[in-house]
Ligand binder design. Structure first.
Ligand SMILES: [Mg+2]
Length: 183
């Protein structure tokens, strides 16, 4: 048996360019397009017993292009659609800050949550029972991998294409469900 508090590997996912097509400051469900294989990949990691956690820079909030509420509404639609495909994201961490943010509340010279800083990953590691050494972050930019490195998490650069196939080529997910079949 695996207790709920036993450490599990986490799949950390960048959002734009990994879960959805990145056409710049995506903030409306109508403009949201899943990356091929993304929903299937999340569901596969769920079944294998991994936590699935999104870590996404959202400087569009700090820049005043859209609001936190608009982002939350997009994420609710995203999670609802994902559930229809049998997938579940356990948590979404976002970094709204930017050095040149319009509103002072979002302005910071080097936002600790904003990748390449590791703040979002470190917050997740503190909040969830995560086996850091077995965890993986998938991002489409060098800044994603830099954040992973600084958090002590293995990083994989997603070159585009089908996300589920990319992860399978990398031997993921390994199942963390006990060999006796107990979940
Ligand atoms: Mg990205």
């Amino acid at each position: 048996m695996t207790a709920a508090s036993d450490p599990r590997p986490a799949l950390f996912l960048d959002r734009d360019g990994v879960l959805n097509e990145d056409h710049g400051y995506v903030h409306q469900w109508e403009a949201f397009r899943w990356i091929e294989g993304a929903r299937e990949a999340v569901a596969a990691f769920n079944r294998a017993g991994w936590l699935v956690i999104v870590v996404t820079n959202q400087s569009g909030i700090g820049r005043g292009y859209y609001t936190e509420a608009q982002m939350q509404a997009l994420h609710e639609a995203m999670l609802s659609d994902l559930a229809g495909a049998g997938g579940r994201i356990d948590a979404i961490y976002h970094a709204p800050h930017h050095p040149e943010a319009a509103a002072e509340v979002y302005r910071h010279p080097d936002p600790p949550l904003r990748k390449p800083n590791p703040g979002m990953i470190l917050q997740a590691l503190a909040a969830w029972p995560i086996d850091r050494a077995a965890s993986v972050l998938v991002g489409d930019r060098a800044s994603d991998l830099e954040a992973a490195r600084r958090a002590g998490v293995r990083g994989l650069l997603f070159p585009g294409g089908n996300l589920a196939e990319f992860l399978r080529r990398n031997g993921l997910p390994h199942s963390t469900i006990g060999s006796d079949g107990a979940v």
